[in-house]
Design a protein around this ligand. Structure first.
Ligand code: FAD
Length: 318
C-alpha cells in the first residue's frame, strides 16, 4: 500500500514508522531482523531502508603509488526491502539516489522494485562522495532530486528512456522526498530551499519526510512556511534520540541541525552514555507527544540500527 493510502486509512490516528540502514558488508541480514523484531508491536505501516553510495578508498600499492578502490560498504537496500515485505508483510521503502546513478541505472533499479511489488520510493539527491566537497552527478545522471522525481513519474506514465518501447507497463510508485526544517546545508536561504522543495512536489512527490530536529518549534514554523508557499502534501517529522556524548558535536556537524540549549546542558551533566541515552529518550518522548497532539499523521524515527531506545520511546507514545 502507498504511504498516502496508509495515512488516509489511519483516519487521523498518528502512526509509528522508522528507518533502518543496511548492515555493513559481511554481516548477516539477521542483524536487521533483530532490530526490526522488537519494533513490530507498534505496527509500523512502512519501514524505510537507506541507500549508501560507493566510497573511494586509497590503498598502498606497494610501489610508492596509491591504488584507488571503489567500495559499497552497505549494499543490499533492495534485497532488504524485499525481505522485509516477505517476512513481515509490511511495506518497505527503499531510498534511491541521484548520486552514483545514471538515468539508465535508475530505470533498471525502479524496474527491479516494480517486479518485487515495492511501490513506494524515497527520492533523494545524496551527498557528495566523502573525498569530495561538492555533489557531482554521473555523466548521464540527475543533479537534483526533483529531476529524479520527474523520471519516476515518467515511468508511472509508462514512459521509459527508450522511446521506441511499445505498450510499456506503467509503474505505480508513491514518491517521498526530503526536507530540512533548519535548511539544507547548501541552500542559500530557507525560502530558496522551500522553493525547490515545491518543485519536487510539482514534479510528482506525494509526501515529505524531514531531517531530524530537536526543537518542535522549528518543525512547526517550517510547516507553516511550506503551507504558505502552497505545499499541501503531508510533512512527516523525522526524529532521533541522542544516545552518546559524541553525538553532541557529531549531529550538528553531520546533519547541520542545532541542539536546544536545555538539551545540551542536560547531556553535559550526564556521567555516562547510559544516562545520556535516558535523557535522549525522554527528550524524544516529549517531542513525540507534542507532535502527536498536533495531529501529525506519522512520526518517523531514525533508528540508525539500534532499536532499544526507539522501543523505549514508542512504548510511551503509541
Ligand atoms: P535536493 O532536493 O536535490 O536538494 C539539494 C540542494 O539543492 C538543496 O540545497 C536545494 O535547495 C538545492 N536545489 C534543489 N533543486 C535546485 C535547483 N533546481 N537549482 C538550484 N538548487 C537546487 N542520503 C543518502 O545518501 N542515502 C539515504 O538513504 C538518505 N536518506 C535520507 C532521508 C531523509 C529523510 C533525509 C532528510 C535525508 C536523507 N539523505 C540520504 C541525505 C540527502 O541525500 C542529503 O541531505 C542531500 O545532500 C540532499 O538530498 P535532497 O534529496 O534533499 O536534494
Amino acid at each position: 500500500m502507498k504511504v498516502t493510502e496508509h495515512i488516509k486509512k489511519a483516519n487521523g490516528k498518528t502512526q509509528f514508522s522508522f528507518e533502518i540502514l543496511p548492515p555493513l558488508k559481511g554481516q548477516h541480514i539477521q542483524s536487521i531482523f533483530d532490530n526490526i523484531d522488537p519494533l513490530m508491536e507498534f505496527k509500523p505501516p512502512f519501514i524505510d531502508v537507506t541507500y549508501h553510495r560507493e566510497e573511494y578508498t586509497y590503498k598502498d600499492a606497494g610501489n610508492g603509488l596509491l591504488k584507488k578502490q571503489v567500495v559499497k560498504k552497505r549494499p543490499g537496500t533492495v534485497g532488504i526491502c524485499a525481505a522485509i515485505q516477505n517476512k513481515y508483510g509490511v511495506d518497505a521503502i527503499p531510498h534511491i539516489l541521484c548520486g552514483g546513478f545514471t538515468k539508465e541505472d535508475t530505470e533498471n533499479f525502479l524496474i527491479d522494485l516494480d517486479f518485487l511489488g515495492i511501490n513506494n520510493v524515497m527520492a533523494l539527491r545524496g551527498d557528495a562522495v566523502k573525498t569530495e566537497t561538492y555533489f557531482k552527478p554521473e555523466k548521464d545522471g540527475h543533479t537534483y532530486a526533483s529531476q529524479l522525481v520527474a523520471q519516476i513519474q515518467e515511468l508511472n506514465k509508462g514512459n521509459y528512456l527508450d522511446e521506441e518501447l511499445q505498450n510499456s507497463s506503467k509503474t505505480n510508485f508513491c514518491i517521498g522526498v526530503a526536507a530540512y526544517p533548519e535548511k539544507h546545508m547548501e541552500a542559500p536561504s530557507l525560502e530558496s530551499d522551500i522553493h525547490f522543495l515545491k518543485e519536487k512536489i510539482k514534479k510528482g512527490a506525494e509526501y515529505i519526510v524531514t531531517q531530524m530536529f530537536f526543537d518542535n518549534d522549528k518543525y512547526f514554523k517550517f510547516v507553516k512556511k511550506c503551507r504558505d508557499a502552497g505545499i499541501e502534501v503531508p510533512i512527516i517529522p523525522g526524529l532521533k534520540p541522542i544516545a552518546t556524548k559524541k553525538q553532541l558535536n557529531l549531529i550538528p556537524h553531520r546533519f547541520h541541525v542545532d541542539l536546544p540549549e536545555d538539551l545540551i546542558l542536560e547531556i553535559i551533566k550526564c556521567k555516562n552514555n547510559e544516562h545520556i541515552r535516558q535523557v535522549g529518550v525522554e527528550w524524544c518522548i516529549e517531542q513525540s507527544k507534542e507532535l502527536q497532539k498536533s495531529g501529525i499523521p506519522i512520526l518517523h524515527y531514525y533508528s540508525m540500527g539500534k532499536s532499544d531506545n526507539i522501543k523505549a520511546i514508542a512504548s510511551q507514545v503509541f
